[in-house]
Design a protein around this ligand. Structure first.
Ligand SMILES: [Zn+2]
Length: 486
């Protein structure tokens, strides 16, 4: 099977003050085989796993771009179009192909494009024609659109949040494409949109049970794939909202019925599956109430993985004001503070201004006398099995609190952010992590309790923070009266 593969993924927030250009992709992942600009596989993000899997299977793989950037604002138009056109040019050269497999995010925005995935799939379909199957694997935080569904043969979203199942979903996509090319199946996809927005952790009930039931249903004959797309509510487009995608073997009525059934069940659970939220004060009160074990407070509102600056100081200030002992916080994005720490050197004491720069939700910077406890010129963490380089990072101690400062804006995925700077998170009483949920995969085995705190921020779960202009209304929870007709 001759298969064309590519990854072009960005989660774009309408509320992020951070602009996005091709340079941000270069800092994240920009793998350009047709130009000979190659990123080693160990450093490729999980999004490129589709290509690796297709290669392992012995397919005749024509690999195009692998492009991914840390979430931020919409990409500037010329850069989005340049990467799109590079992908399309590679595809034209690769023709004829038997199948196309793309990794897309599902919530990518660019100037002039409120549905980048729909645009990419439209352009790919135009080149390959109506017969060639196009499969797309997406992040479950995608906003499913009519154009995406019209131009793709099938779309599979990851099922887990944290997204620990991209590899399994990649295998499913390739299995279905292979069977389709062989003429053994005819993927027939339906979808329905749900008027709901939120974060839905699959690590807790009742979301866990719903995902498990989905996987049981997929074992039934004739059902090829079932996805719940949670949507990405920081996008503020008419496409925002959760969705269900059902793919059957040549049975559209069944696909539509499955969408209605799963959609009704998910919508009915909306109050129960929404991520728990705790005020900052309550989160610290709860942490202080426990004398033993490790408490993690997630700074959900300042998640770089949703487009935030990762430099807000609200929780750092709370740690200081409460004179918290034996605590660590990671990671604050502050390249200037990192520079100063490197210049001063390990062991140096200096007055340092930390954070509070990126935008109006960042809070005031914290000015403190700090001690530089460690420097790492090449810190890295593990992100879904891949090494994610973070570049220069420093650990400083202030008021007895260990704080990790990073020159790269990334959410905290794994304990290596701390251990790479000589901080052992397991000896701490309290860890504050800037991440909404992906930290859960690697940190939950260390933690005795996890509290999701909501401070002001670009990724706040308090949706009244944001002035929505374009989301379809009514939509829950902004409009409690929203209903799903099925
Ligand atoms: Zn996601």
């Amino acid at each position: 099977m001759r298969i064309f593969t590519a990854c072009f993924a960005h989660e774009s927030s309408a509320f992020s003050p951070i602009p996005t250009s091709i340079e941000n992709f270069r800092e994240g992942l920009l793998h350009r085989p047709s130009r000979g600009e190659l990123v080693p596989i160990r450093l490729q993000a999980i999004e490129c796993a589709l290509t690796a899997k297709a290669t392992e299977r012995g397919y005749d793989v024509v690999e195009s771009i692998g492009a991914a950037a840390t979430p931020s604002g919409p990409t500037i138009r010329a850069d989005f179009e340049a990467l799109r056109d590079e992908l399309l040019s590679d595809l034209r050269k690769a023709m004829p192909v038997d199948a196309v497999a793309l990794f897309l995010h599902g919530a990518q925005l660019a100037e002039g494009y409120d549905d980048c995935e729909g645009e990419i799939l439209r352009a790919v379909r135009e080149i390959v024609g109506p017969e060639v199957p196009i499969g797309a694997e997406i992040d479950l935080h995608g906003n499913i659109t009519e154009a995406m569904m019209a131009h793709a043969t099938l779309i599979i979203a990851c099922k887990e949040y944290p997204h620990t199942d991209f590899l399994e979903r990649a295998d499913e996509l390739l299995d279905i494409l292979e069977a389709t090319v062989a003429g053994d199946t005819k993927p027939t996809a339906a979808y329905c949109k749900l008027p709901m927005m939120g974060l839905f952790h699959t690590t807790r009930e009742p979301m866990r049970g719903l995902v498990d039931r989905l996987m049981e249903m997929e074992k039934e004959a004739g059902i090829l794939s079932l996805s719940i797309a949670h949507g990405f509510f920081f996008a503020d487009t008419p496409h925002v909202g959760a969705a269900v995608i059902a793919v059957t073997d040549n049975d559209m009525p069944r696909a539509e019925a499955l969408c209605r059934e799963i959609g009704s069940e998910f919508f009915a659970l909306r109050d129960q599956v929404a991520a728990p939220t705790t005020s900052v004060a309550d989160a610290f009160d709860e942490a202080a109430a426990h004398e033993d074990g490790l408490t993690i407070i997630a700074d959900t509102a300042d998640n770089a993985g949703g487009g935030a600056g990762s430099d807000s100081t609200h929780l750092l200030r709370e740690l200081i004001d409460r004179k918290t002992e034996n605590a660590a916080l990671g990671m604050i994005w502050d390249p200037v503070a990192v520079d100063f720490a490197f210049t001063a050197g390990v062991g140096a004491n200096l007055p340092l201004r930390i954070g509070g720069k990126v935008g109006r939700y960042s809070g005031d910077p914290v000015d403190a006398e700090v001690t530089v406890t460690a420097l790492n010129p090449a810190l890295s963490q593990i992100s879904f099995g891949y090494e994610q380089p973070l570049g220069r990072a420093a650990a400083v101690r202030l008021h007895g609190i260990d704080v990790v400062l990073s020159a790269a804006r990334e959410q905290t995925h794994s304990p290596e952010c701390f251990t790479g700077l000589g901080i052992n998170p397991t000896t701490k009483r309290l860890l504050v992590l800037k991440s909404a949920q992906h930290f859960h995969a690697k940190f939950s085995p260390l933690a005795d309790r996890i509290i999701y705190a909501v401070a002001p921020g670009v990724t706040s779960l308090d949706l009244t923070t944001f002035t929505y202009k374009n989301v379809p209304r009514p939509i829950w929870p902004l409009d409690p009266e929203a209903t799903f007709a099925g």
